[in-house]
Design a protein around this ligand. Structure first.
Ligand code: GDP
Length: 183
């Protein structure tokens, strides 16, 4: 298992981290956001199923792919490993400029999602919430869902983005928001 606050690359560039439960659509989102083949992996923390991947993007910032958490089919012990790993990264990364937290449009935020958002608020990291897979809802239902989540999570309108890796909805808005975090 990777160690909390374990080895990480030197932070010569600003970092933006992406978090969410397993299967929320994080890989698909990252592939839409940046062409993965164009990414240079700077490093990864040691560990098999749970690791943090660091990708350098356009020599402008480092995209940090945090491990997906809360996968129901793994043991509770394995499930809880994400917490020290992710919290260790978040508290030992002076170059961190913000976190993009993903939640699935079709599901209520999980207890883990809420714990992450509470934690980010407590440590004062700028946070964006991206609502994934909105193409699975009708357009009007998608808009209503994002607004309901915004209220429920107590977010400013500028902090929440509707996204679909399938249609590309929200891709440019997200890219701009990330650029704003690292500017
Ligand atoms: P990860 O585990 O968070 O990296 O999630 P993946 O990106 O692997 O996606 C999990 C599943 O959701 C896959 O079957 C994807 O094809 C699907 N998925 C991801 N993003 C979208 C989306 O925007 N729309 C739809 N309809 N399916 C998606």
């Amino acid at each position: 298992m990777a160690q909390a606050g374990g080895w990480r690359p030197p932070s010569d560039l600003p970092e933006v981290a992406f978090a969410g439960r397993s299967n929320v659509g994080k890989s698909s989102l990252l592939n839409r956001l940046v062409r993965r083949r164009a990414l240079a992996r700077v490093s990864r923390t040691p560990g098999r199923t749970q690791e943090i991947n660091f990708f350098r993007v356009n020599d402008a910032f480092v995209l940090v792919d945090l491990p997906g958490y809360g996968y129901a089919r793994v043991s509770r012990e394995r499930r809880d490993q994400w917490r020290p790993l992710i919290e260790g990264y978040l508290t030992s990364s002076p170059a961190l400029r913000g976190v993009v937290q993903l939640v699935d449009a079709r599901h209520e935020p999980t207890a883990d999602d809420r714990a992450m958002l509470d934690y980010l608020a407590r440590i004062g990291v700028p946070t964006l919430v991206v609502v994934t897979k909105v193409d699975k809802l009708a357009a009007s239902a998608g808009i209503a869902r994002v607004e309901a989540l915004r209220e429920e999570l107590g977010l400013d309108p500028s902090q929440i983005i509707a996204f679909s890796a399938t249609t590309g909805l929200g891709r440019d808005e997200l890219a701009e928001a990330v650029a704003g975090l690292v500017a």
